[in-house]
Design a protein around this ligand. Structure first.
Ligand code: PMP
Length: 357
């Protein structure tokens, strides 16, 4: 039976990448050892990491005035690292609240600064993205933070806010590499790896150089972007195996036409699933506003929540795994990241139609 894994993260990885890692597991390129056994300061591993960075730069079009940092601590650690590094003498920052992950970022930032919430989707249970002209921005904010894709609520931006001179900071944990982005519009982009990049344990930070170097007093060395920027992410031992797998994923993306090609497939997958939900005569419904529906995380409910258990059980039996919704919202959630093939979404849609019948 073919298994399709719809987990929100850690999530499905490209089969080809796992197979290559399997082949190279005990003897990487004739080195006689696994990547996870190599010294991070050895020639072989340093080559792997440098190549991963080069490939990511190429895929995303990251220019030389941005640093790419490979760090640990998850996206959650960045919720604190961002104010510590980016306040740079200021005391206030702008945050947009579009749901669970925005809220977490706001909660942590409040420990370090006065947070101005520019707008919130709370009035409609975070089912939409507040229009830009309703945002109450502070011209003096150190930066503006937002979550382009809310992994739990399933709302996603299909536009980039224009914040003028205020650096734009984006938590791209669940949408990075899924569509082209103009990196030059951002001061900082960050993402936990465990959705579109690789295994958990690696976090990627892409930060404009001029924003580095003026941290809050007391900032730990490991949370200062300068530490990682000046040491090529090798101040201490980096998560070497995670970076190696991420590098394989970057090569897989390049081989398959890069991010623009990925986006086309992602649009087709999302359309197939949302169309099936919308055409179900209310048997399935999706709580999110049409214009702001996520291409990566598709939450939906069944007409009768008493059938949820049955739905999950029957889906499981067909190899359609991890469809149960997040504990805070209930219902179902299908995460359809880059590595989910169109055939997986087709199999899910076929099952949904049959189950409804
Ligand atoms: N931000 C978003 C948008 C996420 O989806 C997640 C994880 N699901 C996080 C932050 C937290 O990431 P981590 O578990 O890597 O700290």
């Amino acid at each position: 039976m073919t298994i399709y894994n719809f987990s929100a993260g850690p999530a499905v990885l490209p089969k080809e990448v796992l197979q290559q890692a399997q082949v190279e597991m005990t003897d990487w390129h004739g080195s006689g050892m696994s990547v996870m056994e190599m010294s991070h300061r050895g020639k072989e591993y340093m080559g792997i990491q440098a190549q991963a960075e080069t490939d990511l730069r190429e895929l995303m079009g990251i220019s030389a005035n941005y640093k790419v940092l490979f760090v640990q601590g998850g996206a959650s650690q960045q919720f604190a690292a961002i104010p510590m590094n980016l306040l740079r003498g200021k005391t206030t920052a702008d945050y947009l609240n579009t749901g669970e992950w925005s809220k977490k970022a706001i909660g942590e930032a409040k420990k370090f600064a006065t947070i101005n919430v520019v707008a919130t989707g709370a009035d409609k249970n975070f089912s939409y993205i507040p229009a830009f002209d309703s945002w109450k921005r502070d011209a003096n904010a150190a930066y503006l933070h937002y979550t382009p894709n809310e992994t739990i609520g399933g709302v996603e931006f299909n536009w980039v806010p224009d914040t003028g001179g205020v650096p734009l900071v984006a938590d791209m944990s669940s949408c990075i590499l899924s569509r082209p982005v103009d990196v030059s519009k951002f001061g900082l982009i960050y993402a936990g790896a465990q959705k579109n990049i690789g295994p958990a344990g690696l976090t990627i930070v892409i930060v404009r150089e001029d924003l580095i170097g003026e941290v809050l007093p007391g900032t730990p060395t490991m949370m200062d972007y300068k530490t990682h920027a000046e040491n090529d992410s090798m101040y201490n031992t980096p998560p070497t195996y995670g970076i190696y797998i991420a590098g394989l994923v970057f090569q897989w993306l390049k081989k398959n036409g890069g991010i623009a090609a990925m986006e086309k497939v992602n649009i087709a997958k999302a359309k197939m699933l949302y169309d099936a939900i919308d055409a179900s005569n209310g048997f399935y419904s999706c709580p999110t506003a049409q214009s702001d529906r996520s291409r990566m995380n598709v939450p939906f409910t069944l007409k009768d929540a008493n059938m949820d258990g049955d739905f999950v059980k029957q889906a499981d039996a067909r190899g359609l795994l991890q469809l149960k919704g997040h504990r805070s919202v209930g219902g179902m959630r299908a995460s359809i990241y880059n590595a989910m093939p169109l055939a997986g979404v087709q199999a899910l849609v076929d099952f949904m139609k049959e189950f409804a019948k």
